[in-house]
Design a protein around this ligand. Sequence first.
Ligand SMILES: Cc1cc2nc3c(=O)[nH]c(=O)nc-3n(C[C@H](O)[C@H](O)[C@H](O)COP(=O)(O)OP(=O)(O)OC[C@H]3O[C@@H](n4cnc5c(N)ncnc54)[C@H](O)[C@@H]3O)c2cc1C
Length: 510
Amino acid sequence: MSIASYLSEDIGSSVEFSTFRASFRKKLRKVFNKRADFDQVSTQRGLPPFMMREIQSLTPLSVFIPEEYGGRGGHVHECQAILATASYESLALSLTLGINGALFLQPLSKYGHEEIKAPIFERFVQDKNMGGLMITEPDYGTDALNMKTSYTQEDDHYHVQGTKHWAGLTGWADFWLITARRQGKNGDLGRDIDFFVADMNRPEQMVEVEEFYENLGLYMIPYGRNHVDIRVPETHRLQPESTGIKMMLDTLHRSRIEFPGMGMGFLKRLLDEALAHCKERSVGGQALINYDQVQRRIADIQAAFTACSAMCLHTSEHADPSNNLAGEALSANAVKTVVTDLMQDAAQSLLQLTGGMGYRLDHVAGRSVVDSRPFQIFEGSNDVLYQQISESVLKSMRTTKERNLLSFLEDHELTHRAADYFSDTLDFEVDQSLSQRKLVDLGRVLGRVVTMELVIELGDRGFRSDLISNCLQAFQEKVDGLLASYRRERTPSVIDDYVEGSAWLDYVNA
Ligand SMILES: Cc1cc2nc3c(=O)[nH]c(=O)nc-3n(C[C@H](O)[C@H](O)[C@H](O)COP(=O)(O)OP(=O)(O)OC[C@H]3O[C@@H](n4cnc5c(N)ncnc54)[C@H](O)[C@@H]3O)c2cc1C
């Protein structure tokens, strides 16, 4: 009997989801809270094997696996709920599950060769294997389409070569999806991107870790640089429906739109911690929660909780793998950018409210600040995604020959009701040749208007109306502020050669 099955309470994958989730939550509470050495765990890299074994004993990744392969069927609301349950206890654990789910299991389910699916899924269900995705290279991150990792076909296999870095679960995952471009006979690389499954149990498919990185947060997850020089069978290449780039977009958009699952438990935890701390802590003779500015911070965290709930609802009903999301840039990018900004802002607010006590790696506030920060960078840097949100809206406006932003948003299904909140401020003609910084400002506005639409929908379904109206108010205030910045005409430039005449000490009257 393996250690995993010995530890397993084996609730199986066929039980009701509510029972499954309750057992998972109970297990996490036990693993993360009752272990006396938890504080040590949060400040040390990696995760003690016994902890992962206990967590994996309930096979949480089964939510991402189709029923015919022993999983729970890949229902998106179940995936979101399991990510949320995990992130209440640990954002890094939730990201670990998210990497396995959105970056390995979902693309494999959708695009994998039939022959390889059954044995791989079996290893996830039975042996608790894990998988990740390698796209980024040292010289090609944001510019991923120009990656240099290449492949050639040799007899019945592919030879893949290159260098990849920053892939979550480096040195830990049993399987990798590795992206590469086809190398022609003349040495030139094709424009399309292909995905290859590599099995770390096979010597000829193993990637070699050259260096582990000292990542700033997310200590549980190893990162580093990998040397790729592997040979995989033909069946290990994913089968795109059209181009590989569309397959990559479908995969990345699905992953981005699933971020709220990871945000949900995290934001609920920050809200619970903020409320508990501010009721308990007395400053100047009264509880912190009685101060107006403190209430403002907590109300903002609560608005983030509500907005993220609305996103989880939307994602659950729109991100099924049977839908191709390659063309859904607006919703996927809006959800990813806004939820990751909300996560970071909420963490910064909790740290402010907890004061010196929070500025520790083993305190939930300090840890949350460093753990949530890279969500604004990976899977599309937010600065770049905000620009893309604006560009996609401007393109649709050109196509529909609409020049007024409000009129356009009133007709768009992702914004039509939220637009009513801005009938004065968004009623203007948009310049089609905006500078990049203005595109980013406008993208921030649009992302939040889309989010408000999802919040209005959540309210219609019966979610608490006081939370909905507070959230809409907070977002309206934020959007008005962002619009002021968008409208500002003068924009400071970078002065490259700034040193001469810029030493303050020279100007002191002493
Ligand atoms: C914690 C963490 C986990 C990660 N997990 C994975 C993973 O599992 N798999 C994987 O393949 N990769 C992963 N990555 C890599 C991540 O996707 C890249 O770091 C990201 O795409 C940015 O690429 P880069 O680091 O090369 O930065 P660069 O491409 O150099 O960009 C740096 C910054 O420059 C600015 N910038 C870049 N381009 C533009 C532009 N066109 N206009 C304006 N500003 C611009 C942005 O501010 C951007 O954030 C992870 C990274 C981190 C930090």
